[in-house]
Design a protein around this ligand. Structure first.
Ligand SMILES: *Cc1c(COP(=O)(O)O)cnc(C)c1O
Length: 463
């Protein structure tokens, strides 16, 4: 060991002396002895490593308390951080899909703090059914006879098939054997649910006769899957749920439908493209309809099954229901969300998903123009900062073809380099509240459709 290194090592303070240092007292109060002592050991190791490899102490050795605090702050940051979703995709699965309404947030906080009547009937002090209150609301809104709530729509489909197929055949059109993303593929789910897939028709065309020929005495169900994340055009034919019910009903075979997003209100009322309505399928005689809680419905992650009483009873009694059931926070958020639908005049304001989807391009454009001068001032040296029209999408596989006109702030590198755009995108992701945009055509695009907390955004970007 060189004399020089020996003198550097001796400048690394001991844990005890650091812990006695006045600068550490507020830290000890905040983080506690265990975390501080662990972090100090890490820092000391780093300092020794630096002496060994670089013959110098790291700069932060001037301020051990500050270094310790900085490290602990970043190490203890939540893994689920709030971000600005300026990707242009409103229901972004990787960013947690639907934002919850204020009433859903209050409802969740309430049930988290206290014991609740989850499966407890106050009238006769007996054991209630955890989905019962929600089932009532859902029946009222969809015309269904009963309902069941589980963890997500993937779980709903699995449970629906497992409970109602008895290991027998389920008939599905080849045009609807979709992959939803990740590992959710209809044929795989069927296998896991223990039923036998019977494919009918072709990728682009399936006719009533195809179903008719496939239905036999071993058929448990006919299933329709809403092909929510892709669209085929041209020479196509799919038969509607209503037609399918007319065909299968006389044969005593129930029709079930995985609606994916589904909606409880006609979105065309708000100037949005129309998605199939849950109540329309129920009215058409579909026996079970499943859909997501956190897609267009705008609630928490959940899978909702509505339909005929006898089948819902089988679903509720199946052992998988216990494994897939929703917790009290989900149920409370879902109840609060559904109640908003009883007040349709206020829905557009109170349900964040609808509020964001219905923002008109004109007002987003105005917002962009308003923010532009300050952003040009801050970023103008390296980037041409401009307002450009763009197209938002709903996301989560809803209405894959339809786009919503919107406006973006774009940052085009003056040096023309892709790496400069990448660097800006990375810097934006590293802000205290990360800003998530997208890179396209050599520029960074921030679609402002989902920017509601404008003050916080500008304070962070321009201060
Ligand atoms: C999104 C979707 C699912 C999966 O729903 P999750 O709530 O994400 O589990 C299943 N089927 C269809 C048709 C979908 O669009």
């Amino acid at each position: 060991m060189t004399t020089e290194n020996r003198s550097l090592y001796s400048q690394i303070p001991s844990t005890d002396s650091l812990l006695r240092d006045a600068a550490f007292q507020p830290l000890l109060e905040h983080w506690g002895h265990t975390q501080i002592a662990d972090m100090l050991r890490q820092l000391q190791d780093e300092a020794r490593h630096s002496v060994r490899e670089c013959h110098a102490l790291p700069d932060w050795c001037q301020h051990w308390a500050a270094a310790c605090e900085r490290r602990l702050s970043s190490a203890t940051q939540s893994a689920y951080r709030a971000v600005f979703n300026l990707t242009g995709t409103v229901l972004h699965t990787n960013l947690g899909r639907a934002l919850q309404s204020e009433s859903a947030i209050k409802a969740v906080a309430n049930v988290m703090r206290s014991a609740v009547t989850l499966e407890y009937d106050l009238d006769d002090a007996g054991r209630g059914h955890r989905d019962r209150a929600l089932a009532q609301l859902l029946c009222e809104m969809t015309g269904a006879e009963d309902a069941c709530i589980v963890n997500n729509n993937a779980a709903a489909v699995l449970l629906m098939l497992a409970a109602c197929s008895d290991g027998k055949e389920v008939v599905v059109s080849r045009g609807e054997l979709v992959e939803i993303g990740g590992s959710f593929r209809i044929p795989d789910v069927m296998r896991q649910a223990g039923c036998q897939l019977v494919e009918v028709g072709t990728t682009n065309r399936t006719h009533p006769a195809d179903y008719q020929q496939a239905i036999g005495e071993n058929t448990a169900l006919v299933m329709k899957v809403h092909t929510s994340n892709y669209h085929i055009e041209g020479f196509t034919r799919a038969i509607s749920e209503a037609e399918l019910v007319q065909l299968a009903d006389p044969l005593g075979v129930p029709v079930v439908s995985d609606l994916g997003s589904g909606s409880l209100v006609d979105l065309s009322r708000y100037g949005l493209p129309k998605e199939p309505l849950v109540q329309e399928l129920i009215a058409a005689g579909v026996s079970l309809v499943s859909f997501s809680g956190d897609k267009l419905l705008g609630g928490p992650q959940a899978g909702i099954i509505v339909g005929k009483k006898a089948l819902i009873e089988r679903v509720q009694r199946h052992p998988l229901k216990r494994a897939l059931r929703a917790d009290k926070m989900t149920l409370a958020a879902l109840e609060a969300t559904l109640r908003l639908y009883r007040h349709p005049e206020a829905l557009e304001q109170q349900l964040p998903t609808l509020r964001l989807l219905t923002r008109d391009a004109g007002s987003i454009h105005q917002q962009a123009q308003r923010l532009l001068p300050d952003l040009q001032q801050r970023f103008g040296e390296a980037f041409d900062v401009a307002v450009m029209p763009c197209q938002s999408q709903i996301g989560s596989g809803s209405l894959p073809v339809d786009r919503l006109p919107s406006a973006a702030i774009t940052f085009t590198p003056r040096d023309g380099r892709g790496s400069t755009a990448e660097k800006l995108a990375a810097d934006l992701r590293n802000l205290p509240t990360p800003v998530i945009g997208r890179i396209y055509d050599g520029r960074v695009w921030l679609d402002l459709r989902c920017l509601e907390d404008e003050a916080r955004f500008m304070e962070m970007l321009t201060k």
